[in-house]
Write a protein that binds this ligand. Structure first.
Ligand SMILES: *Cc1c(COP(=O)(O)O)cnc(C)c1O
Length: 462
C-alpha cells in the first residue's frame, strides 16, 4: 500500500512514513494510491461485531507492512479501552428514520479521541521499533489539543507541546490539557489568539535547524492516519442499521473536512452510503462552494460551535484531488490561486463529481440554539452546538434511506451555549467529575519564538 500526494510532486510513501510525516513535501496531503475495497459478504459479516473487530477489518488493508496482525490488534484494543461506553460509538434514535451517532465517549469527550488515541499508540510502536523519538508540537483552539495530550501522555517515544491561547479556551478544555501529570506532555498558554499559536507553530516548522534538531512532528487533522481511524465508525453505524443490504446517509458537522472525508473513503471501500451531507455553521465556505462552485475564503466569525470556526478547510483538497481525476498539477494550481487570490472556481466536471457524493447545508447561530432546544423538547436529548448543527441540517435532508447524524462532542464540553439554549447546565460524565479538583500544570509564554524554542529544547532534555 503506497501513499501519494494530492499535488503530485512528493515521493510515494509507506503508511508508516505518511503517518510520521503528516504534510507532504510539495505542500500536498497524502492519500492511498488506490483505496482497497471490501465486498458485500465482508461488510455483512461486520454487523454486531465489537467496535475493535470492525476497526481491524476496515483499517488492516491500509497499513501494509507497518504493523503485524497481532500487533495491530493490540494497538486497537489499547486505543479504545479508555472509552466510557462499551459500544465505543453508540447509536441513538432521534426520529422515525434519523439516528445520532455518539462520538463523544472518549477521554476528552469529542470525536477527535477516536483518531488521536489510535495515532498515539501507532506512533509509539513505530518509533520504538526505529529506536527513534519525536517532538510533537500542536496549536489548538481546544478539542485537538486536549485529545492529543490525553492520547500521548506517558508514551516514552514522544514529547508533546500544545500551544493554546491563554484565557480563550473553555475551562473544561483547559483543564483537560493542564491536569494530566505525565512529564512528557506540556500545556503551553500563549499570550495571544489561536492565530498567534498557529503562527508560532508554523515558524517552528519553518526553522529547519530547530525542526531537525528536536525531530518535530505534527498530528493535525491532515494526517492520513487520523482520517483512516474515522472511517471505522461509518462501517459500525451503517452495518448496525442494515448495510450492506440497504443504503445509509450521513450528516457531518464539518470544519476541516476530515470527518466527512472519512465517510467518503468508507463509500469508496464499498459501504453503500447514499448521501454525505456537509453541515457548517455561519463559517460556511464549504456550503457556498457546493452551491456556487466558488471556494472563497472570508474572515473567521466566532460562533457557539468553535471547533467548526474555519475559513480554509484543509482536507477538502483530498476530495478535489479525486474530483479532478487525481490530477496533482491541477490541484496545485487551485491551491496557488487560493494563496494569491483568496479563492478559486471549481471546474464544471469536478462540481458534478462532488455533487454525486455530497450535499450541504448551513446553520446560523440562532438556528443552532433553536435546534438544541428542539431536540431536547422532542427527544429528551441534550446536544452540543456542533451536533445540533448536524441534526438541524440533517432534518432538511431526510429521505428514504436512514439518516445518521454524527454527534461530535459531549454537551458538557460547551456548557454555556447549552445552558443558554435550554436552561440546563449539562454535567460531566461521572468518570471525570473530579476534573475541577485536579491540580493544573501549565507554562505561560509570551508571543516569542526564541523563548518557546528554548523551552522545548530544555524540556525534552530533562
Ligand atoms: C474538530 C471538530 C469538528 C470538525 O471536524 P472536521 O473533521 O474538522 O470537519 C466538529 N465538531 C467538533 C466537536 C470538533 O471537535
Amino acid at each position: 500500500m503506497k501513499y501519494i500526494s494530492t499535488r503530485g510532486q512528493a515521493p510515494e510513501l509507506s503508511f508508516e512514513d505518511a503517518m510520521l510525516t503528516g504534510l507532504a513535501r510539495d505542500g500536498g496531503l497524502y492519500v492511498p494510491a488506490e483505496v482497497p475495497t471490501l465486498n458485500h459478504a465482508d461488510i455483512a459479516a461486520m454487523a454486531g461485531l465489537p467496535y475493535e473487530e470492525i476497526a481491524f477489518r476496515v483499517m488492516r488493508p491500509f497499513i501494509g507492512e507497518t504493523f503485524g496482525d497481532s500487533e495491530f490488534g493490540e494497538i486497537i484494543e489499547k486505543s479504545y479501552a479508555g472509552f466510557g461506553h462499551a459500544a465505543r460509538a453508540p447509536l441513538k434514535q432521534m426520529g422515525p428514520n434519523h439516528h445520532l451517532l455518539e462520538l463523544f465517549h472518549g477521554p476528552t469527550l469529542a470525536f477527535k479521541d477516536f483518531a488521536m488515541q489510535l495515532i498515539g499508540q501507532m506512533f509509539q510502536v513505530a518509533l520504538k521499533r526505529r529506536g527513534d523519538r519525536v517532538t510533537i508540537v500542536g496549536a489548538t483552539s481546544g478539542d485537538t489539543g486536549s485529545a492529543a495530550i490525553e492520547a500521548f501522555k506517558g508514551l516514552n517515544a514522544v514529547d508533546v507541546f500544545i500551544l493554546f491561547p491563554n484565557g480563550r479556551v473553555s475551562e473544561v478544555q483547559r483543564r483537560q490539557m493542564t491536569t494530566p501529570s505525565e512529564s512528557n506532555v506540556h500545556a503551553v498558554a500563549v499570550e495571544g489568539s489561536f492565530d498567534t499559536c498557529q503562527g508560532l507553530l508554523k515558524d517552528m516548522f519553518n526553522d529547519l535547524e530547530f525542526r531537525d534538531g528536536v525531530r518535530l512532528a505534527g498530528v493535525n487533522s491532515i494526517n492520513w492516519a487520523r482520517v483512516l481511524a474515522q472511517v471505522v465508525y461509518y462501517f459500525s453505524a451503517a452495518t448496525s442499521l442494515g448495510a450492506p443490504h440497504r443504503r445509509i446517509s450521513f450528516t457531518v458537522p464539518t470544519g476541516n473536512f476530515g470527518d466527512i472525508f472519512a465517510g467518503y473513503i468508507a463509500k469508496k471501500m464499498g459501504l453503500p452510503i447514499d448521501r454525505l451531507v456537509i453541515a457548517t455553521n455561519h463559517n460556511d465556505i464549504l456550503d457556498r462552494a457546493m452551491r456556487t462552485g466558488r471556494y472563497e475564503t472570508g474572515k473567521v466569525l466566532p460562533s457557539i460551535s468553535p471547533s467548526m470556526d474555519i475559513q480554509v478547510s484543509s482536507n477538502f483538497e483530498r476530495a478535489l484531488f479525486d474530483a479532478y481525476d487525481r490530477d496533482g498539477a491541477a490541484v496545485a494550481q487551485l491551491m496557488d490561486e487560493l494563496k494569491s487570490d483568496g479563492g478559486f472556481s471549481i471546474s464544471q466536471g469536478a462540481r458534478e463529481t462532488l455533487a454525486e457524493h455530497f450535499d450541504s447545508g448551513r446553520c446560523g447561530e440562532d438556528e443552532t440554539s433553536a435546534a438544541i432546544a428542539q431536540a431536547l423538547a422532542e427527544t429528551g436529548e441534550v446536544l452540543c452546538p456542533h451536533s445540533a448543527i448536524g441534526v438541524s441540517v440533517a432534518n432538511q435532508n431526510l429521505g428514504t434511506s436512514p439518516m445518521v447524524t454524527l454527534a461530535t462532542a459531549h454537551p458538557a464540553k460547551f456548557p454555556d451555549a447549552v445552558e443558554k439554549a435550554t436552561g440546563i447546565r449539562p454535567a460531566l460524565p461521572a468518570r471525570m467529575a473530579d476534573l475541577f479538583d485536579r491540580t493544573e500544570r501549565l507554562t505561560e509564554v509570551e508571543n516569542d519564538l526564541a523563548r518557546l524554542q528554548t523551552l522545548v529544547k530544555e524540556r525534552i532534555q530533562a
